[in-house]
Ligand binder design. Structure first.
Ligand code: GBH
Length: 478
């Protein structure tokens, strides 16, 4: 018995779309097949399996490199409008860099997948980059080397050219925050660098410039012919005030600006949030730097950046409570110190199998309203939302409750707050390689047996539940 937390009889607006998502390194496997070379994830995990809790990696993952037809059938039966997947850069360009040779076998893999989706009436939504930087580029500094901007835009142009006749929705980047903060700041994601306060900002700068240039390339050279849209995915752990004191409200605002505004502010308004610029300038000076640790955009770059999105892709899973705390509590320098906000979870919130993910449905509505108010109600596609469980658990009632009640908040944001929400994407179609958590945390509507060489897929109860919502276009009221 699944109950709505509050009665909600809205149905989804007529043009509201539903989808499911995955990402290349998390599902494909076939790491050295068909001419693919190592990404930074392959390289790091081959070198040091201890980086992952169960010492696993994505060498085989869900084996979608071979089982893609079966995946498409699962998506078809689910009844969703679109499938959000990502392309492995080193499958298309094994050498990675600008001007390098295109790998025909890699091209064919995605051609087949896209054709199969289209023939079954499922729209392909392509994430150009979901963290698997070719190692050939990472060994040159990856996102810290500004030459990656040209490499990335070359790669994006190759994809627009190859697939743009069928792909009408593009996502330039998945979650700058994880690429840069977890990848180069806190050593929680490949390439596992820990240079917070410096490298994270440099990475973000390069990635934002790469995003904005790819957006303009599509806008000028492809959109007039292909007529598609280009968006970007930014994640938000929603920062809510710990109490309703003014201080905590300021803390929550600061946290949102430093995590979410860091990336979306430039894309909407052309530059970093003023509060970030000011604080990092000031702290850098005190630390003895002669320029700010936060790089600066030129006037031209600001112009290119401003308004470089057709929609915002929002990955939202959970909420944190925010309160101000002295900067001496953080390493010097660090992104955390620049922000100086302490985040925590309310002890009453239900935890998931993932240490960072609590069940806080109202945060979904609040983050949508926060975005509406700060960025003039942009079109938002929820590109990820999901719940972590452990083990096989086909009877995943907690995931069902999560989806139901998060969607209920989405409906309130649409009807009661007039937020411009285009659609919803469940993360994930199936269990997959959950980064440093290996195969221990499951996000799938479909269970995958990773001990079985066949990687047998078995739909969970949440799969039928989501199917029902998509079919009826309302929440299930049992
Ligand atoms: C998504 O990011 C990713 O896009 C997707 O690939 C992934 O499978 C999915 O999450 C589920 O994890 O400090 O080590 O506890 C969601 C963003 C990821 C942000 C986890 C906070 C905390 C990692 N969140 N992160 S840790």
């Amino acid at each position: 018995q699944i109950a709505l937390s509050e009665p909600n009889n809205y149905s989804f607006p007529e043009n509201f779309i539903f989808g499911v998502a995955t990402a290349s390194y998390q599902i494909e496997g076939g790491w050295n097949e068909g001419g693919r070379t190592e990404s930074t994830w392959d390289y790091q995990l081959h070198k040091n399996p201890d980086l992952i809790v169960d010492k696993s990696n994505g060498d085989v993952a869900c084996d979608s490199y071979h089982k893609w037809k079966e995946d498409v059938q699962l998506i078809k039966n689910l009844g969703v409008n679109f499938y959000r997947f990502s392309i492995s850069w080193s499958r298309i360009l094994p050498q990675g860099f600008k001007g390098s040779e295109i790998n025909q076998e890699g091209v064919t893999y995605y051609n087949d997948l896209i054709d199969e989706l289209v023939s079954k009436g499922i729209e392909p939504y392509v994430t150009i980059f979901h963290w698997d930087t070719p190692q050939a580029l990472e060994s040159q500094g990856g996102w810290l080397n500004e030459s990656i901007i040209d490499d990335y835009t070359y790669y994006a142009r190759v994809l627009f050219t190859l697939y743009g006749d069928r792909v009408k929705t593009w996502i330039t980047f998945n979650e700058f925050h994880q690429i840069c903060e977890e990848g180069y700041g806190l050593a929680k994601k490949a390439p596992f660098e820990n240079l917070t306060g410096v490298a994270d900002y440099q990475c973000g700068h390069q990635a934002l410039l790469a995003h904005s240039r790819a957006y303009r390339i599509y806008e000028q050279e492809f959109k007039p012919i292909q007529g598609g849209n280009v968006g970007v995915v930014i994640d938000s752990v929603y920062g809510a005030p710990k109490t309703d004191s003014e201080l905590d409200k300021n803390a929550a605002e600061l946290q949102m600006q430093f995590d979410f505004g860091w990336f979306f502010n430039p894309i909407v308004y052309g530059n970093y949030p003023q509060v970030m610029i000011d604080r990092i300038d000031e702290l850098s000076k005190r630390e003895g730097y002669n320029t700010s640790r936060l790089p600066k955009f030129s006037d031209n770059e600001i112009e290119t950046m401003k308004g470089s999105f057709d929609f915002l892709g929002l990955n939202h899973y959970t909420t944190n409570l925010c309160t101000l705390i002295g900067s001496n509590n953080f390493p010097n320098p660090s992104h955390a110190r620049d922000c100086s906000v302490e985040t925590s979870a309310d002890p009453s919130w239900k935890p998931s199998a993932a240490s960072w993910l609590w069940y806080v449905p109202w945060g979904m509505r609040d983050v949508l309203v926060w975005i509406k108010e700060h960025y003039n109600n942009p079109p938002v596609l929820i590109t990820e939302n999901g719940w972590a469980t452990r083990g096989k658990r086909l009877n995943d009632t907690d995931r069902i409750e999560y989806i139901q009640n998060y969607l209920s908040e989405v409906l309130k944001a649409i009807y009661e707050d007039n937020c411009n929400v285009l659609g919803y994407t469940a993360w994930s179609l199936m269990d997959n390689f959950e980064w440093t958590r290996g195969y221990t945390e499951k996000f799938g509507l479909v269970h995958v047996d990773f001990n079985d060489p066949n990687r047998t897929r078995t739909p969970r109860q949440s799969y039928s539940f989501y199917q029902e919502i998509v079919r009826t276009r309302r929440l299930v009221n049992k």
